[in-house]
Design a protein around this ligand. Sequence first.
Ligand code: SF4
Ligand code: MSK
Length: 635
Amino acid sequence: KDIPVTKQVPASDLTTCEATRQMLEKARKDGVVLNLDRAVDMKPCPIGVESACCKHCFMGPCRINPRDPYKKVGICGATIDTITARNLARNVATGSASHNDHGQHILHLFKGIIEKSVTDFSIADTRKLQNLATELGIDTEDRSVEDVAKDLCDELEKTFSNVDGEMPFMKRVPAATLELWRKDGIVPRGAMKEVMEMMSRTHIGCDQDYNHLMKQISRTALADGWGGSMVATELSDIMFGTPSPIVAEVNMGVLKEDHVNVIVHGHEPAMFEGMLAGVNDPFFIQAAKDKGAAGINLVGMCCSGAEMMSRHGIPHAGNFSSTEAVLVTGAVDAMVVDIQCIKQGLAQVAKCYDTHLITTSDRAHIEGATHIQFDETDPRTCTDEVLIKAISRFGSRSQPIQIPNQVQKGIQGFSHEYIEYMLGGTFRGSYSPLNDNIINGRIRGVAGVVGCTNPKVKQDYVHVELVRELIKNDVLVLQTGCSQIALSKAGFLTPEAAALAGPGLSEVCETVGMPPVLGLGSCVDNTRILIAASAMVKAGGLGNSIADLPAAGCAPEWMSEKALAIGQYFVSSGVYTVFGVGFPALSGTRFHDLLFNGLEQQGYGKWGMAKDPIEIARLMIDHIDKKRSQLGIDK
Ligand code: SF4
Ligand code: MSK
């Protein structure tokens, strides 16, 4: 028995995902408490939710009255603006650190391949390797792939280790955007430097001017989007293959009762790629058959799932809010996890349904889970042990199986390279077809709709209704992460969804044969949106900087610190970025005004916040129309 929940609301009030609803109801009957019910029972602190408290030293914690924020200061004298700015700073530092840690790991794997200490992985996309090296100023003429790769590795290492100068990917930033960053002194140097400085400057009694803190908040966020996340995306493509459109199935119906079901959930692609090799080993397929299974069914969840779905068409069982619910099917023989967004609650739910929960990263153990360390130099030791456990659990299944009959096919795998190719071969030349279609008004603008699910709002509802409204108004939608999974489940990642788009967008979709909603991959792959935005600026006709584009972003059901780092790197890059659910800054304060107005006046993007999907869409479309008008293309 789990911890009892005092209040219950109908499951259909908590999620629009039918599979998750069914499993939540089953869990309740089984006496198991899931995250969605725990959220109902939790009462967030009304001061904390406004970010009006500080615990940066032990004279406090100090609390400010959100209804009268300037009446009081902290014991050290910190104002509400300093307190909120420091809190956001540390959120962004954590989010940036998470993505940079991920990116550094990917770089380490790449280095292992070059140095031949890693032999189970290789360079899959040599053309992308050459193109990226050339873009970063590395000589590729008459040189071997290994030599170019070594130089690329050394160059990208600076992303993390530089203590001065500029990060390598600054070469990709449109000139006017980079000029603004240089003028304001926010060009990121190296990720470790930026995160360290952000943490140091937010110690008690250090940086206590919110305008000055804001600059380092931007720099730390840019060190994520144009730093570690971009390294992760680009090198993962080079090692595992650059995605191109592929059909994949999404939702819990991808589980198969007569198969050994193994779910991989997390963020780093290496372990998942290792599992893919393992499940195709005839030895394990035979071992599964010997236990009476028809085969082994490898399935993804969350962001590494989104990456594997994009690259290889691996089926995907659901997004962040469904990871506990999927275990209630009783059909999951093993859930293998690595880093980020892995709820500790999984351990208890896995125990209730006799599922193996296996942690594999030395950076993320969970009490109650089995730890089997994944080592890139010897992946099979880990993946073989996982498969032995999963097959053995299949052979002794004791739980009744109930798999929701919910599955949706969609087209996944739109890399930024493929978007360029699909919409005209290149963004460069006289205006590209994408830019042309924006200029002629068939496409009103471009929106990035990304991010998590959060049980403070009905799962997937805001994602789906927002995107429905955007495409209806001829806004092309680019997606990543758990948002992409929400829309995939709802059937929007199909060419047939063009029927839901406005007349201009649907004409473009029908001509090109693409869905009106393009899935770009995991949350680190938000960098694909940055790269596409840069390419649109460089193609001409839509202004000089990213801030000039008729574009907007949104994380309608965000919850993580990574989401705040992503939001901030979009804002600092010039994008109007709206968050749903709420925002950790108090409306009416000077720091809030800087985030939601002041930054735009300085030439950046700005933050927005609204909870209702139609209201969010209105804010984004109004912004797109404002930019169209400034560009003189508002016919
Ligand atoms: Fe209070 Fe200042 Fe300490 Fe924060 S740093 S807890 S505001 S005394
Ligand atoms: S997994 S950060 S819940 S998108 Fe990338 Fe999903 Fe948000 Fe985690």
